[in-house]
Every structure is written in C-alpha cells, then in structure tokens.
Design a protein around this ligand. Structure first.
Ligand code: SAM
Length: 361
C-alpha cells in the first residue's frame, strides 16, 4: 500500500474522497493482507484522530430495552415477529421512568430507549414518556431507537424533547438489503427516515452489522459511501451474531476482528462521529469492548433494563447482559476505561460540534 497509515490527516482526506473501488480495496487489504503492525498503526491513528476531537473521553449511555415486541420480520433478528419462541415483554411508562431514575442515580445523563417496532406505544404515549423523562431529569438527553415511523411522528417525538435517534441503515446496497429483509421493508424507506430525522434536527445514528450474511467488500464500500453522504452524528457497527431461531442460525462464527478494522477506518473517515463499542462486540470477544475503544470508539452503552427482562431482549445468541454490559457494574467499567488511558465521561456527551463551550481539550 502506498498510503501512509500514520499520516492521519492525509489518510483521513483520502478516506473522504476515495471512490467505491478504492474503499473496497482498502477494506480487503486490512481484512486479508495487513500485518499485525499495520493494524496497530491503523488503530493508533484512529485513536489519535478521535482524541483530537474528544480528548480521550468515553461517553456513557444508559440503554433501556423497553419492548421486545416487533411488527417486522428482519431475517437476522431474534425479535422478528415470526419467532414464536421469543419471549415478549413491554415496560410500562412508570417502569421506564424507574429505569431512568436508577440510571440517573448511577450518573447517566443520556437514556437510550430501544425496542422492536411496537405500535402499542403510540406517539401520544411516547411523547408522555419523553417529556416525563425531560421533566424529571432536566439536562439529560433522550435517544430513541424504535425503528421506522412517519416524518410527522418523528417530529412529534422531537418536539416532546427527544434529542437523538439511532436507526442503522443495515446495508446501503439494495440487493443485500433484500437478502436481509422481507419485501415489505425497503432501503429507500430506511434512508428516507434517516434524512427526515436529520432534517427535523435530531442527532442521528446510522450503521450496520459487520459480517452480516452476503456482505461483500463492495457492499461495505457502499456503506462507507452512504455514511460519508449522510454524515451522521453517530455510527453503530458491531458483529453480526446468528440467532438460533432465525434462518441464519449457525451461519457464521462471530469474531471481533473485522469490526475492529472497520471501527478504525470509519473513525479516520469521519473523525468527529460518536462511535460505540457495542454489546455485540463484547459478546463476540471477551475483550471486545476494550479493543473497540482502542480501535477508535468513544461510547459505551451499559444496560439499564430491569434484570428480569434483560435476557428476553434476545437479538442474537448469548447476548451479554450481566458483566460489563450491566449498569450495576459501572465502577468496574469506568476503571477498565481508565486503565487503557481514556477518561470516563458521564455528561450528555453530544456530538462535538453541538457541545456547549466547544471541543474538549
Ligand atoms: N427496531 C429498531 C430498529 O429497527 O432500528 C431498534 C431495535 S433493532 C433490534 C437494533 C439493531 O440490532 C438492529 O439495527 C440490528 O443492526 C441489530 N441486530 C439485530 N439482530 C442482530 C444480530 N443477529 N446480530 C447483531 N446485531 C443484530
């Protein structure tokens, strides 16, 4: 490779202007040919460029998985509606607020409300939940991750106080999208939702699973291209992990390797993005969370859902919910983060361009 991996500014400019062919080639290179030394220069460069913008801070989000009901049938997901073995639960508005209260006492200032696409929660009830959180916990950010809705619905939830929205695009290639989803779901609509959310004023998160079935270097290049075009505030990527009750059961043995490479490349391409070291990464690799932070990630999302329901939000097999993932083990997680030279940060942790007072030093 002619590119100097350690000249991070030039590398970043290159990632920002590269065509699809070059993007697919660089991903192929790191997956198949790179040496351990090259991968460690890559992750070092990713951390340097992250720290220029975020000063080594790692932001904490409290994740509340409030419903395991879903009207969709995404082929890869354990919550898909046709999975008759899935255990379904819903949290009441009071239970959601209790989770926030517990999280607030632990120090969290961002709550991520995630669920399957469960229309039991109307715009009205969601607005009540959001405004209830904002009223009781002023200064906290509310992130939603509840799937595809109409523009009007997104606007109402925003007006009620929601700050951010996570909606992974899953794959930016039409054919690939069709191999992961039933015909009633479309990439076009997914993208439309993301652009609507951005226009309304949310901090928006896109992303995809790494090593999802039928993913290729070309589809990954399209993901990078789309991310560059959307320029989201957050990007969630993590390894695809098969679920036993889906058509992809046993499809692939998950590992962290490819995700770590892509985390670094994404960080270098979009230096200011908020990039979580995901639960899936921690599930695929015992040290996945630490490795993710050392590859350029800067967000962790411990689980605040009620203990009795945690294992029931089963997106994939063996999903972690007790160790590092559990909000109760926060001090341990914070110590881990310090031990790798980073600074745990419990503030709202907005995208750096939106932080009051500008970038941290
Ligand atoms: N319903 C919302 C939506 O569609 O965005 C949020 C919940 S959805 C379950 C959250 C994310 O879980 C998906 O965007 C997907 O990328 C991820 N996911 C689902 N099944 C997975 C699997 N088998 N392995 C890894 N991640 C998975």
């Amino acid at each position: 490779m002619n590119l100097s991996l350690s000249d991070v500014k030039t590398f970043s400019e290159w990632m920002n202007s590269a065509g699809k062919k070059d993007l697919s080639e660089i991903i192929r290179y790191f997956y198949e040919k790179s040496t351990e030394d090259e991968r460690s220069v890559l992750s070092g460069s990713a951390c340097r460029i992250r720290d220029m913008h975020y000063g080594g801070r790692v932001y904490f989000r409290g994740l509340i998985e409030f419903s395991s009901y879903c009207r969709n049938d995404c082929y890869y997901c354990g919550l898909q509606r046709s999975n008759l073995h899935a255990i379904r639960y819903r949290l009441s508005e009071a239970e959601i607020l209790d989770c926030c209260a517990e999280g607030y006492a632990l120090g969290f200032r961002t709550f991520v409300l995630q669920s399957g696409e469960d229309m039991h929660y109307t715009d009205l009830s969601l607005c009540r939940i959001i405004s209830g959180i904002k009223k009781r916990f002023p200064g906290c950010a509310v992130t939603l991750s509840i799937g595809e809705r109409s523009r009007d619905s997104y606007k109402e939830l925003f007006d009620a106080g929601a700050d951010r929205y996570l909606l992974r695009h899953e794959t930016a290639n039409e054919d690939h999208y069709g191999k992961l989803h039933p015909p009633e779901l479309s990439l076009n609509n997914r993208k439309r939702c993301l652009y609507n959310l951005k226009k309304i004023g949310y901090q928006v998160g896109a992303g995809f699973m790494v090593d999802s079935p039928y993913q290729t270097y070309e589809t990954l290049a399209e993901d990078f291209f789309f991310l560059r075009e959307l320029d989201p505030h957050m990007i969630g990527i993590g390894p695809f992990i098969p679920h036993k009750d889906t058509r992809f059961a046993g499809f692939y043995h998950p590992s962290s390797r490819h995700t770590l490479i892509l985390l670094s490349l994404i960080r270098i391409m979009l230096p200011k993005t908020l990039l979580p070291a995901t639960t899936a990464l921690g599930t695929a690799d015992d040290m996945g969370r630490e490795k993710g932070l050392m590859a350029g990630a800067n967000v962790v999302m411990p689980n605040l859902s009620p203990l009795i329901h945690r294992s029931e939000y089963s997106l994939y097999d063996n999903k972690l919910c007790k160790g590092w993932e559990a909000a109760e083990h926060l001090p341990k997680l914070a110590r881990h983060i310090e031990s790798i030279g980073l600074t745990p940060d419990f503030s709202r942790g907005d995208h750096v361009d939106l932080q009051k007072g500008g970038a941290p030093t």
